[in-house]
Design a protein around this ligand. Structure first.
Ligand SMILES: [Zn+2]
Length: 494
C-alpha cells in the first residue's frame, strides 16, 4: 500500500506540473499573438491625436467600445481593419446641426461625424428629445435647451422651426418671462448640454430677458450658444453690436459664451468679430466661436431675419437668395409669395475671404449648421462641412495644416462641453480609455461632393467610422441596421 501510495503522490504531482505547463503555454500563446485580445484592431494607420500631438503609425485596439491600446507593435483582434495609408483620427464632433433625423445622421457619418449636436436652436423638451433617439441612432446625439423653442411654446407662436408671430415680435409679459426662465432651468436640470439662443429670430426679446437667461446658464455651468441679435453691416445693428451684447452678458454673469457661425454674423467684418472673441478670451472670459466652410448661410424665409430692411442689413438683394424647394433665385415677386408660404432659403452673403479666414484660424471650431432635409436644393453644409475643410481648405488650398483642422473638429468641441458634460472628456481624443469614436480617412482623397445644385451627395474618402467601437461606415459604405449612437447629455440633477 505504502509503495503504491508513493506512486500515487508522484502521479498527482506530475499531473499538477503538466496542467501548470499547459496553462502556462496557453497564456504564453495568447500573450505572444495577442489572439482575440481586442474586439477590433485598426492596424497600421497614421494615428493623429490633437491632444497629445501624436502623429505616427500605430495600431489601435478597441475593447468594449473603448480605446484599449495604441501600440507600435502588431496586435491582433477578432476583426482587423487595415488602415495603411489612412489617417486615424478622433470622430468629428459637430456642435451645430439642426438636422437630427436618421437620414441626416447617414450623411454626417459619411462626413466623419460621430457626435451630432443641436445646440443653437435646441429644444423645449429635453427628455422627449433624447427619448426619441435613444437606441435608434447611427451616431451620438445631443441637444441644448433652446430659448427660441421655449419662447415659442410660452408665447404660443405658430412657427414650426423659427418664430413667425409673438415669439419674434412681442415683448414677453412678466408671467411669460417667469415661464421662459422656469422652462430653461428645467431643461438644464434634465441634462441639456447647453443653452441655445437666436436673438435675431426673437428680436423683441429685451436685453433684460437675455441677461437673465445668461444668469441661469451660469448657475448650471452651461455655455450659451448664440446666434447674435444683429448681423451684418449697417449701424447701429452690425454684427459687432450683436457680439458686444453677449460678451457683456457673459462677463457680467459668468456664463461661458459660444458665438455660432461667426462668418454669417460678421460678413466682410468677420475679422473684427473674431478679434472681439480673442480679446475677450485674453482678458479671461470663456468665449469661443465656430464657422462652416461656405460662402452662403441658410435659414427660414418667413423668419424675422427678412423683416423690412434686410437688404441693407445683409448687403444683399433678391437674387442672392435661393429657394431650396426648387433652386430658383428670388425676385421681389417670388420673395413675397414664398415668405407667406414659408420655407428654407440659402443666402449668398459671406465673402470667400471671411470664410477662409475663419476656417484657417486655429482658435475657431468647425461646425456645420446643417439643416433639415426639407428641399432638393438645401444647403450642402450639413452633409459635407468636415470633408470640405479637410479636402478643399487643407489639401487643395493649404489654408491650414491637417492636425490643426482635426483639432478644430474633435478636441476643441469636446473641450467646449466637457466641464458641463464630463462624457466629453472621453471624446475628441485618440487616448487610452477614450470612447472608440474614430474616423479613418484618406487624406489624399477626402472631399465634399454635396453642392448647392446637388446637396444630397455623400462625401468621399471617409473610409471607416466607428461609434463606440462599432463600424457604421466600412470601406466607404454605410453599414445597415446598426444603432450604436448614444445620448451625449449632461448629468441629470432632478
Ligand atoms: Zn443660426
Amino acid at each position: 500500500m505504502a509503495r503504491s501510495g508513493d506512486r500515487g503522490w508522484w502521479k498527482w504531482l506530475a499531473a499538477v506540473v503538466l496542467l501548470g505547463s499547459v496553462v502556462g503555454a496557453f497564456e504564453g500563446t495568447a500573450a505572444l499573438n495577442g489572439a482575440e485580445t481586442y474586439d477590433v484592431v485598426i492596424a497600421n494607420g497614421r494615428v493623429m491625436d490633437p491632444e497629445s500631438g501624436l502623429d505616427a503609425t500605430r495600431n489601435v485596439g478597441i475593447r468594449g467600445g473603448k480605446i484599449a491600446t495604441i501600440s507600435a507593435e502588431l496586435v491582433q483582434g477578432k476583426q482587423t481593419i487595415d488602415a495603411k495609408g489612412l489617417v486615424v483620427a478622433p470622430g468629428f464632433i459637430d456642435l451645430h446641426e439642426h438636422g437630427q433625423e436618421p437620414r441626416n445622421y447617414e450623411f454626417q457619418a459619411h462626413d466623419g461625424v460621430t457626435t451630432s449636436l443641436e445646440l443653437e436652436a435646441g429644444t423645449a423638451d429635453v427628455d422627449q428629445w433624447y427619448a426619441r433617439r435613444e437606441g435608434k441612432s447611427l451616431i451620438n446625439f445631443g441637444v441644448s435647451v433652446g430659448h427660441i423653442p421655449v419662447r415659442m411654446k410660452v408665447m404660443k407662436d405658430a412657427g414650426t422651426f423659427l418664430p413667425v408671430g409673438d415669439a419674434a415680435h412681442r415683448q414677453a409679459t412678466p408671467a411669460e418671462l417667469q415661464q421662459i426662465d422656469d422652462d430653461i432651468d428645467k431643461g438644464l436640470r434634465r441634462g441639456a448640454l447647453a443653452v441655445g439662443m437666436g436673438i435675431n429670430y426673437t428680436a423683441a426679446a429685451t436685453h433684460d430677458e437675455i441677461v437673465d437667461i445668461f444668469r441661469l446658464a451660469a448657475k448650471h455651468g452651461a455655455s450659451v450658444h448664440v446666434h447674435l441679435r444683429h448681423a451684418g453691416l449697417q449701424e447701429p445693428t452690425t454684427g459687432l453690436v450683436g457680439i458686444e451684447e453677449v460678451i457683456a452678458a457673459a462677463a457680467a454673469t459668468g456664463a461661458p459664451l459660444h458665438v455660432v457661425h461667426i462668418t454669417s454674423m460678421g460678413l466682410k467684418n468677420t475679422p473684427r468679430l473674431i478679434a472681439m472673441v480673442k480679446g475677450a478670451r485674453e482678458r479671461g472670459l470663456d468665449v469661443t466661436t465656430e464657422c462652416y466652410p461656405y460662402t452662403a448661410g441658410s435659414t427660414q424665409l418667413e423668419s424675422a431675419i427678412f423683416d423690412p430692411g434686410w437688404q441693407d442689413r445683409q448687403g444683399i438683394t433678391y437674387k442672392d437668395i435661393q429657394w431650396t424647394k426648387t433652386g430658383e433665385r428670388l425676385t421681389a415677386e417670388s420673395f413675397e409669395k414664398y415668405r407667406k408660404e414659408g420655407g428654407t432659403v440659402v443666402i449668398f452673403s459671406i465673402p470667400e475671404e471671411a470664410a477662409r479666414t475663419a476656417v484657417a484660424d486655429p482658435t475657431i471650431i468647425i461646425a456645420s449648421d446643417g439643416m433639415p432635409l426639407t428641399g432638393a436644393k438645401i444647403h450642402p453644409r450639413g452633409q459635407a462641412t468636415f470633408s470640405r475643410v479637410l479636402g478643399h481648405y487643407v489639401r487643395e488650398e493649404k489654408a491650414l495644416d491637417l492636425m490643426t483642422a482635426l483639432r478644430k473638429m474633435t478636441l476643441m468641441p469636446a473641450q467646449r462641453l466637457e466641464k458641463r458634460a464630463p462624457i466629453f472628456k472621453n471624446k475628441g481624443r485618440i487616448r487610452l480609455g477614450a470612447d472608440a469614436d474614430i474616423t479613418v480617412f484618406d487624406a489624399n482623397r477626402v472631399i465634399d461632393r454635396a453642392t448647392y445644385e446637388e446637396p444630397l451627395r455623400y462625401s468621399e474618402g471617409i473610409q471607416f467610422v466607428f461609434v463606440s467601437g462599432l463600424a457604421v461606415v466600412k470601406s466607404g459604405q454605410l453599414v445597415d441596421g446598426l444603432f450604436p449612437g448614444q445620448a451625449a447629455r449632461a448629468p441629470v440633477s432632478q
